[in-house]
Design a protein around this ligand. Structure first.
Ligand code: APR
Length: 235
């Protein structure tokens, strides 16, 4: 009896998967970028210009995590680990995938619950939801900054994410507008013939050849889980 290889399920998630947890997306109506100037609070130039404002912006977003929970979409991703090798590649900086229990998570754009040394970007420190840092904060002798990839900065985890996409037996996109590169380009690393599903209630751009599940993440992930589990049992 040869052990059947568990299919590799690679899931690319964006702000939409956290929307039903109460975290606003960026580009929907009343999204974060409608209320803040992205170049002021999320770009490298903005950080150089006004680091105190950037610390405050991410302190506030981190504090909001104390009041939200993972939703059914995050939890279904954990449940799928029963039948699949699940790898989550997320653009989100919230910790909802961690709190839902996902085992393999790659954060492309950083993490709200961490800060990093300004003089050694490999040195990160966990901070609590309600901790507030400033440009004068010193941890273990290092000044710190939010562990966030700002616009105009490199995305060091992209190579890892692209390799995962190239190994996927099934690729799923959930809750991202596919507006920001290189994250939006992950689909290009998926082998031909690998099924691709895109869960989004109002996708603004639909790549060719993907199966769209035009539903919110909680409903779409439930539908996809049924589909994938049925396909696996029929095999
Ligand atoms: N379920 C699933 N998808 C949803 C839901 C929901 N309940 N609500 C909204 N969406 C979809 C929207 O239709 C949209 O396609 O989620 C997507 C959110 O798109 P954006 O707001 O652009 O978020 P995202 O794609 O994650 O942004 C990428 O941009 O500003 C940067 O660094 C930031 O990581 C972020 C990156």
């Amino acid at each position: 009896m040869t052990a059947t290889k568990r299919p590799k399920l690679v899931v690319s998630t964006g702000a939409g998967i956290s929307a039903e947890s109460g975290i606003s997306t960026f580009r929907d109506a009343d999204g974060l970028w409608e209320n803040y100037d992205v170049m002021e609070v999320a770009s490298h130039d903005g950080y150089v210009r006004n680091p105190a404002l950037i610390h405050q912006f991410y302190n506030d977003r981190r504090a909001a995590l104390a009041g939200v929970e993972p939703n059914a979409a995050h939890k279904i991703l954990k449940e799928l680990e029963r039948d699949f090798d699940v790898y989550v590649v997320t653009q989100n900086v919230d910790d909802l995938h961690e709190r839902a229990g996902s085992s393999n998570i790659v954060h492309l754009h950083g993490e709200l619950t961490k800060v990093r040394a300004t003089d050694d970007e490999s040195l990160t420190f966990d901070v609590g939801y309600l901790d507030r840092t400033t440009p004068d904060t010193v941890i273990d002798g290092h000044h710190v900054r939010p562990h966030i990839v700002f616009f105009q900065e490199d995305v060091p985890m992209f190579a890892t994410a692209a390799e995962l996409a190239s190994e996927a037996d099934i690729f799923v996109i959930v809750g991202t507008s596919l507006a920001v590169y290189p994250a939006a380009g992950l689909l290009g690393y998926v082998r031909r013939g690998v099924p691709v599903y895109y869960i989004d209630p109002a996708p603004s751009r639909v790549p060719a050849g993907v199966t769209v599940i035009r539903k919110p993440a909680t409903e779409g992930m439930a539908e996809l889980a049924r589909l994938l589990t049925k396909e696996k049992n029929d095999r």
